[in-house]
Write a protein that binds this ligand. Structure first.
Ligand code: TYD
Length: 254
């Protein structure tokens, strides 16, 4: 979502701030998962649902949602090879900017922030899949975010054999998985991580599942269910967090 679209959601046509519910110290909800698991769709769904309940919510995406982030996104899609560390530093730079420019100010104003990818993506992709040192990535994550941990992380989990078929137009992709025949072209006309071999995506999944066992902030959802079931499971968890933060239950009946 562009800054302009976001501000159109935040303000009425006459520029007056609409009355929306906020929570003390805000709420950061991140979405994680491999390619083609339906993460962005579910993040958007949650964002719109919370907005419809009158809860002050913004949505952002990594890398992106800032000038720097959009440039990193374009660069990442274009570059053929870079060291895991160089790649990590680029994602961290984009993240630091997004935290500074958008996420922290929104949380300070009591908003709910729905974030499509965050620090766990770097651990999963540049760490578990690309072999970067997990300890170093954790330190860099902490530097970029001042150690800010999400209140909830939704992991959409799916076997990459299934999820990659979703992002491909080729029905027989897995007969020949060596990465070379994945046809999806990104918005920017490029593709990158989707082209990696199946093993790369299996390592991403393994990494996410391992991380999810270590911390209660994770909500792991099987992504091979109907979209509305996934959305309901996510909303159930979010609702609980919001009620704990004094949002009245009646809000969710509207
Ligand atoms: P995108 O097209 O947004 O993919 P997705 O819809 O799956 O998020 O491209 C972002 C890519 O960048 C995606 O392949 C994951 C990757 N990525 C990393 O490798 N490390 C990171 O820290 C982040 C935030 C993203």
């Amino acid at each position: 979502m562009t800054a302009k679209e976001q501000s159109a959601l935040d303000f009425g046509a006459d520029g007056d701030r609409l009355k929306k519910r906020t929570v003390k110290d805000g709420l950061l909800i991140t979405f994680e998962g491999g390619e083609g698991v339906g993460k962005s769709t579910q993040a958007e769904r949650l964002f719109h649902k919370l907005q419809s309940f009158g809860i002050d919510t913004i949505m952002a995406q990594e890398p992106g949602s800032s000038d720097l982030g959009n440039n990193v996104r374009r660069w990442i899609k274009r570059a053929n090879s870079s060291s895991p560390l160089a790649e990590t530093l680029l994602f961290e730079a984009a993240r630091a900017q997004l935290m500074f420019e958008t996420v922290r100010p929104a949380l300070d104003r009591g908003k709910v922030v729905v974030l499509d990818r965050y620090t766990d993506s770097t651990l999963a992709y540049q760490g578990y899949a690309r072999g970067g040192d997990l300890e170093t990535i954790t330190q860099l994550n902490n530097i970029a975010t001042a150690g800010f941990t999400p209140h909830l992380t939704v992991l959409l989990d799916l076997d990459p054999k299934v999820s990659l078929a979703r992002v491909s137009n080729e029905p027989d992709l897995f007969g020949t998985v060596d990465g070379s025949n994945v046809p999806r072209i990104d918005d920017e006309g490029q593709r990158r991580f989707e082209e990696q071999p199946l093993k790369f995506h299996q390592n991403i999944r393994k990494g996410y599942l391992e991380m999810s066992k270590a911390d209660s902030r994770w909500c792991v959802i099987k992504a091979d269910q109907a979209g509305h079931r996934i959305a309901d499971a996510i909303m159930k968890r979010v609702r609980r967090l919001l009620i704990e933060r004094d949002i009245p239950e009646s809000v969710f009946k509207s």
